[in-house]
Structure formats: C-alpha cells, structure tokens
Design a protein around this ligand. Structure first.
Ligand SMILES: *[C@@H]1O[C@H](CO)[C@@H](O)[C@H](O)[C@H]1NC(C)=O
Ligand SMILES: *[C@@H]1O[C@H](CO)[C@@H](O)[C@H](O)[C@H]1NC(C)=O
Length: 355
C-alpha cells in the first residue's frame, strides 16, 4: 500500500498534520478493464454543439436535479472507500436520468461492494472505479441500499467497530432482514430475491475534455480520480492552482461543467463523498482543461443494464421471498436501459434545446 508522499503534504501550508492514505488501488482480480459494445458519444456527436454550462444537478436552469443523494464515506468511522462512492453515485445518477427523475431515488449499496469486492473492486484501504463496474457484471447485480446499508467497514479494517462485524461476502452480507430484538426470538436472515441494478457496459474516457463532456452530457456523471491533498481545505470557488501534483489518490464523480461569467474560466462540477459540510454542499469546482489535480486523467463511465421497478414481495422475516408468488411482483418488474447511441436524434434535440 502506497502512503501519501509527505513532501507533497507539507506543500499545503494549512493542511492538517494527519497523513493521507492513497485510496486508489487496482486489485489483481480487476482483470476486465472495460466492456464496450455501443458507439461512444464522441463518435456520433460534435463537441462544438455542447453548451457552455451543463450540470445534472440543474439541467434546466430551474434547479431540476437528476443527482441522487450526497454521501459520506467517513462515517460511522474512517474508511477509504471513495472509489465505491464515486462509481456508485455516478451509476445511480444514470439510473435516475434514465427514469427521468421519476419515483423514489434508487440508492445502490456501497456496503455490498465492500463486502463482496475484496478481490476485484477494493476495500476501506482503497480500490478502483472500473473494478466496481467489473464486480457488478461478475456478480450480476448490485442490491439497493436498504437491504445492506453503509457501515464503513471491510474485512481487513480494524477502524472503529469494524473488528466486531462480519463483512465477508456471504449471503447475509449481500441483502438481509432482521425481524425483531434478539431477546424476543428475532434473527437476521438473508433475502433471496431483492431489488437490484446491473451494469451493461463500462470503460474509460480518453484524457480529452471534449470526450469527457460528451460522455457526461450524453449518458450522465462519470467517476474520476483526483489528487485529494490540495482540496482537503477547499472552502468553495473554482480551484485554479497549478502548482500541485497530477498524481491521484482519491476518486470522485464529475456531474457537469460551467463557465465563470467574469473570467471565462471553464470548470468541472465535482461531487465528493465527504458529507455536505464539505466544500459547496459536498461539491467542488476545479478548472477544466489543464488536468489539474489529475482530474481528467482516469475518467470512468458505466451504463446501467436494468433495475428493479416492481419487486418480489418478501415478508418482514425474509420468508415467502420467491419469484413464483401471485399478485404484486408476479411478473418480473425490471426496466431496461437504452443507450443514447440508439437514438442520436434525441440527443441532438436535447442539444438544440440547451443552446
Ligand atoms: C434514496 O435516498 C434518498 C435521500 O436519502 C431518499 O430520499 C430516497 O427515499 C432513497 N430511496 C430509497 C428507495 O430508499
Ligand atoms: C434482480 O432484479 C431482477 C429484476 O427485478 C430480478 O429478476 C432478479 O431476480 C433480481 N436478482 C436477485 C439476485 O434478487
């Protein structure tokens, strides 16, 4: 495990004394770096058509957001799971976009990625965005988070209460229910069929601002690596400082871009996973086009395959949870994603409306 270079830390005058941990780690099990079938957005659109500002957090200038909720990777105790947060937030946002923002948000289980991704995706001691997407393809699903909420632990972590919990990839740690207090005869049991989402395709965008903007505009937020050291004390505004290393150690999600009216500086709008007390309500802005902090160097995308809209109903204790039930959920209630390359004209209509 690579500890963060202390010399770089000292460059940041006001940075805290705490040593930072490199949360980027590509595991040996991450063998499939991409799975691409559809034409990529830059092959069927032109960058000149893109609007000067666009963010999934406010698509119409009236505040309509297609972003799912902000997250905090560091609670209930410190965990270096930025890579799982950045990649799953981007995927959940893309599901929200595909659902046109309708219905309750679908929130995906980051704890499941920690429980089952030790070989492929990562742990509290670092991981990688495309590893998460490979894991979901290998396993066949990622559960919704209400049956495996985030506890900020992975099997090797001894932080906080982590040594007292089992986070191995057993059935109960994929999706579970607990039916009443243990003293009243309660127990926790795995759920057999549960709401889940899949990944259809994934890969990396070239280090090219036009291609990154095309990907975000056409298909949704992306996951990206960044040098976190200079941004720990960020208090808002556009980060433009060029003196820092492009060597990265953290993963975030880019949800859009903007152009500063006074200076004309273009910037990325970035979602962090350090809570909403951080930066601009959990977000930060970094100048575009100079690979500042390495933000443009390793940008990953994934498209959803399908997601559950109508679940198989399970009893509170997990019984009766099977697919051949009668009534609600009798038919498989999945929705399937359609890649925008299948309807390029629809993307062009969106572009016209934005310009
Ligand atoms: C997802 O999270 C948001 C914000 O916490 C919440 O409003 C929404 O109900 C959640 N969705 C589900 C299905 O739990
Ligand atoms: C995942 O969701 C699909 C669609 O709702 C469903 O058919 C499938 O059984 C679910 N998978 C699991 C493991 O529950």
């Amino acid at each position: 495990m690579k500890l963060f270079n202390l010399a770089a830390t000292l460059l940041v005058a006001s940075a805290s004394a705490a040593e930072k941990f490199n949360e980027i780690k590509i595991l040996d099990g991450h063998t499939v770096k991409s799975h691409v079938e559809s034409p990529l957005p830059h092959t069927y659109l032109s960058a000149t058509a893109l609007p000067p500002s666009f963010t999934w957090g406010n698509v119409d200038g009236e505040g309509t957001s297609y972003l799912t909720h902000n997250l905090n990777q560091h609670l209930p105790q410190y965990c270096g799971s930025c890579w799982a947060h950045g990649s799953l937030s981007a995927l959940a946002d893309r599901i929200k976009i595909a659902r046109k923002g309708r219905g309750n948000d679908i929130n995906l289980s980051i704890q499941y990625i920690l429980n089952c991704g030790a070989e492929t995706a990562g742990s509290c001691h670092g991981g990688y965005h495309t590893g998460v997407y490979q894991l979901i393809q290998d396993m066949g699903y990622v559960p919704y988070d209400t049956c495996q909420p985030y506890i900020a632990c992975s099997a090797e972590s001894t932080e906080g209460f982590c040594q007292h919990v089992d986070t191995t990839c057993k059935k109960e740690n994929i999706c579970k229910t607990c039916d009443t207090f243990g003293g009243m005869g309660g127990k926790c049991t795995p759920i057999d069929y549960f709401p889940n989402a899949t990944v259809a395709e994934y890969g990396m965008v070239n280090q090219d601002v036009d291609e990154i903007m095309m990907e975000i505009y056409t298909r949704g937020p992306v996951a990206a690596t960044i040098n976190a050291e200079p941004i720990v004390d960020y208090t808002g505004g556009i980060f433009t400082d060029t003196q820092y290393s492009q060597e990265t150690n953290h993963i975030v999600s880019i949800v859009g871009w903007g152009t500063d009216e006074e200076t004309g500086i273009k910037y990325w709008i970035i979602r962090n996973s350090w809570g909403e007390y951080y930066g601009e309500l959990g977000f930060l802005r970094v100048e575009m086009g100079k690979n500042l902090l390495g933000i443009e160097g390793e940008v990953a995308w994934a498209t959803p395959g399908s997601w559950t809209e109508v679940n198989y109903p399970c009893a509170e204790n997990g019984e009766n949870c099977h697919s051949d039930d009668v009534g609600y959920g009798k038919t498989d209630g999945a929705m399937f994603y359609v890649d925008p390359s299948k309807d390029v004209q629809a993307v062009q209509r969106r572009l016209q409306a934005h310009n």
